[in-house]
Design a protein around this ligand. Structure first.
Ligand SMILES: [Fe+2]
Length: 394
């Protein structure tokens, strides 16, 4: 088949948004062209053991070798990275006399790679750049270029301006945010997600979904983000169950990669109480980020229902309801549709089923209240509200 005979989902498309995005099955073949475009002389590939084990790192190495691109590798990023990952990555960068970074993996590898990138030109400690204390003002526009290659369709960190790590000085998941951390290119190749097992396809995909839903419901006027978020909701509703059942379906995998890009683009508008709780559930109870979002989301939607019924109605329509139905009915349908989507994806409906302990709920609510995500929740929430939401999801 010639390229122009292929449907859009199976072709490689390049878009500026504002990251250069190379999207489509086989897109990794375009990595050397992006390395050359960005003038990377000797990139450091930053990745993790899971990606290596899945054979995905080898695929990238082969592409680089075939194009005679010299590179070094740091493949020891831990899940939910800390300052140690950034320090070790930086040492590898210096040892290899590298220029430029290729970040390969899920959210953890992409985040860690951005922090390595920051430390190449900025003095430690990383806590100096903590967004919560206005640290973004110390980040300058002198970073080496970074190309992000996601191996999951979830966080959307490939088009995000933040790197997240748990730091000893702050004692929490710390967001380091700057427009200069936006990758110079994202190579989104759905073939890299084909081997992702169904439970991780579901959890990461529902993270992308939660980004779209929370951004759409978030306080504030951002019609661009809203339009993008609604499109993402539609894509997840139609394609995540397909990708869950048949991981090799490239239409569904491409759709999910797009939804992940859309979620992370849309949440420039803000997130909500669901992410505030998820950001506490991962460090305290060890729940996977996407899974935590998926379990808490219906309870957060219930909490928000009175404040954003019209928006919830739009969510229901994006998920397949008829717009002729009464708005208040549609608002309820949206919550039910999210519950049944999670059930179809075999997400346990209660926090107690994923190892969360009841006695930890007050601490989770306290940490969630300290998290900035709930500040854009469409209904104001107190620490007590967050505790009540966590209890209803327990
Ligand atoms: Fe998320």
């Amino acid at each position: 088949m010639k390229p122009f005979d292929l449907p859009h989902e199976l072709r490689i498309t390049e878009m500026a948004w504002p990251t250069r995005i190379v999207l489509g099955p086989g897109a990794v073949e375009r990595l050397p062209a992006q390395v050359a475009r960005l003038g990377m002389k000797h990139p450091l590939v930053v990745t993790d053991a899971g990606v290596v084990k899945a054979g995905l790192a080898q695929r990238i190495f082969d592409v680089l070798r075939k194009a005679d691109v010299p590179f070094d590798v740091f493949d020891r990023v831990q899940p939910n990275p800390t300052d140690r990952d950034a320090d070790e990555g930086l040492a590898a960068y210096r040892r290899g006399n590298c220029h430029g970074i290729v970040a390969l993996g899920g959210g953890s590898s992409l985040d860690a790679a951005k922090l390595v990138q920051l430390l190449t030109t900025h003095p430690p400690p990383l806590s100096r750049y903590d967004d919560a204390t206005g640290g973004d003002r110390f980040v300058e526009d002198n970073l080496p270029p970074l190309i992000a290659i996601p191996t999951t369709a979830g966080t959307g960190s490939e088009v995000g301006r933040a790197g997240v790590a748990t730091l000893p000085d702050t004692g929490r998941k710390t967001v380091i945010f700057s427009p200069y951390l936006l990758p110079k290119a994202a190579i989104c190749d759905p073939e890299l997600t084909v081997g992702l097992p169904p439970h991780l396809t579901a959890a990461t995909g529902l993270d992308a979904f939660t980004h779209c839903v929370e951004a759409y419901l978030a306080n504030g006027f951002h019609p661009l983000a809203d339009a993008v978020a609604i499109d993402g909701i539609q894509r997840v509703a139609r394609s995540l169950p397909v990708a869950f059942r048949d991981g090799t379906d490239l239409f569904a995998r491409t759709d999910m990669m797009v939804a992940a890009l859309e979620g992370a683009t849309a949440f420039q508008k803000g997130l909500g109480a669901c992410h505030a709780l998820a950001h506490a559930l991962t460090p305290i109870s060890g729940v996977h980020h996407g899974l935590a979002n998926a379990i808490v989301l219906p309870a957060v939607m219930e909490f928000n229902r009175g404040a954003v019924a019209a928006r919830l109605a739009r969510v229901a329509v994006a998920m397949g309801d008829s717009s002729a139905i009464r708005e208040d009915v549609l608002a309820g349908n949206a919550i039910e549709r999210v519950r049944s989507l999670c059930a179809e994806l075999q997400i346990p409906p209660r926090l107690r089923e994923v190892g969360v302990k009841e006695e930890d709920l007050p601490r989770i609510a306290q940490k969630a209240f300290e998290d900035a995500s709930h500040q854009t929740n469409p209904r104001r929430c107190t620490e007590e509200d967050l505790l009540a939401i966590a209890r209803s999801a327990f």
